[in-house]
Every structure is written in C-alpha cells, then in structure tokens.
Design a protein around this ligand. Sequence first.
Ligand code: RIB
Length: 289
Amino acid sequence: MTIYNLGSINADLFYSLPHLPLPGETLASTTFSRGLGGKGANMSVAAARAGARCAHIGAVGPDGAWAVERLTEYGVDTRPVVTLPEATGHALILVDAAGENSIVLYPGANRALSETHIADVLAQATAADTFLTQNETNLQREAAEIAASKGMRVVYAAAPFDADAVQAVLPLLNMLVLNEVEAQQLEQATGLSPDKLPVADVVMTLGAKGCRWFHDGQAQDFAALKVTPVDTTGAGDTFTGYLLAGLDRGMPMAQAIALAQKAGALMVTRHGTADVIPDLKDVQDAFRT
Ligand code: RIB
C-alpha cells in the first residue's frame, strides 16, 4: 500500500540562539546550517524510513532540484513532485538553548500546486492507500475530497494550525493528528473537545507528557519516553510519518503510536529535520529493552 502525502518541501535554515529574540531585539546566532525540511517532506521521509512506500505530491521552484534529489535518496517516491516558476519554499528556524523553536515560513512553490496535477496523481490510488496532508500547501480540501471519494484513509496533521483550514477538511477525515495547543485552538473554534470531534481517530501529542488517542469517544493515554531534547523541530512530523507507516503495515493503532513515540523521542535528540529523521533500525536500537 502507498501513503500519498500532499505536503510542503522547504529549505530549512537553522540558527541556534541563546534565547528566542524579543520584539526589536537583534541577536547573533551561535551556529547556522541548512537542510531539507517542510512538514510534508519531513513526514514523507519519516514514513519512508519507517519502511512505507510514500509518494510525495508537492512542488519546488527552479532552485529546488537538490531537495527533490535528497527526498529521493531518502526513499520517497518523488515522481509526483513538480517544478514550478515560484521559488522553493523555505523556513527560518530559530532554536533556543532548551531546544524550543520559532519558525518563519515562505511558502513559495508549496502553495502553487494545481488541482489537475493532484487529481492525476491520486487517479492511481486505491481504497487500500492512505492520503495525508498538512497546512503548508494549497488545495488541501480539494485533494482530501478526491481521496475520500476513492475510499482512502484520509489523515490531516493540523500544523501549522489554522482553524479554518482544519474545519474545511474535518468532515472528510478518518484521522486527525494534532498537539495539545492545536486541540485547544480547535475547541475554541468549534466548541468541540477532541473526544467529540466527528473523526474516527484523533491522536493528540502532549510533548513530554506523551500522547492521547481518542476513538469512539474513549481516550487511551501513552506515557512519554524519557529523553533529553536538543531540538524539537520536526519531532511531530516524525511521529506522524511513523504512525501512518505503522498503520499502513497493518499494526493496531496502539502499536503504531508506541513506535511513532519512539521515533519522535529519538528525533528530539538530534539537530535538524528531514536529513536526520531516524530509520527503523535506529529507533528499535535506541529503545531496545
Ligand atoms: O515541523 C518542522 C518544519 O516546519 C520544518 O522543517 C520547516 O520547514 C517547517 O515547515
């Protein structure tokens, strides 16, 4: 089976800082590095590194061949990535001494995809496949409609959070993945707590407190693994990619969540995003008991 991921591809520009800048403050960074990222690309790489077949539906600009090459090297099917006239998306990622971040996005080509292209790619998909998207491209609702009409498992990771964007796809979803703050924001917008949302499976990550899965109004908690974070960027994306790869392989939800938690926990001990997402062997070795 295949995970079709409509998602962003960014150049991630990382700056390490003693603290995140205050309004009007100028700060010198202690390190700088550049890598492959984008919530979409990170999820595709995570799914591929977890052993799934993942086809990435996305776009880069004329300056983005390096990003497509890298995604391919990491095991992602990049045939559905198009090159458009707009510049490749990029992200300025400021990371403080505790590993927390602030991100500024330039969407560029990520938001210039055409519905025809997405429909052409999804024409190959079947009801056995998964459709995943997040909020860094255009046409999320249109793509989710096509996927739902084919009977695919439709999954939305509600990041970066936008209440209108989530509500546009909510009726089409089989699964929603979001963090605690995003769940609170969604509750403010809809009046619905996660257990009351009209989605069969809601997976809410809780950072250092673990994770909660809502199914049929029932909640199940998963304790966090103890690690010392150096950079939380991309950990949620890694969690989601591993979760879907596990489900795609036929794992029960609880087992897929446990695997995804391990991958996310290992990811926060690494600096960077797509380039450092751990593979399945790394994840299993890190938490072997
Ligand atoms: O979730 C982390 C990602 O957010 C980064 O890779 C950056 O590109 C932004 O999309």
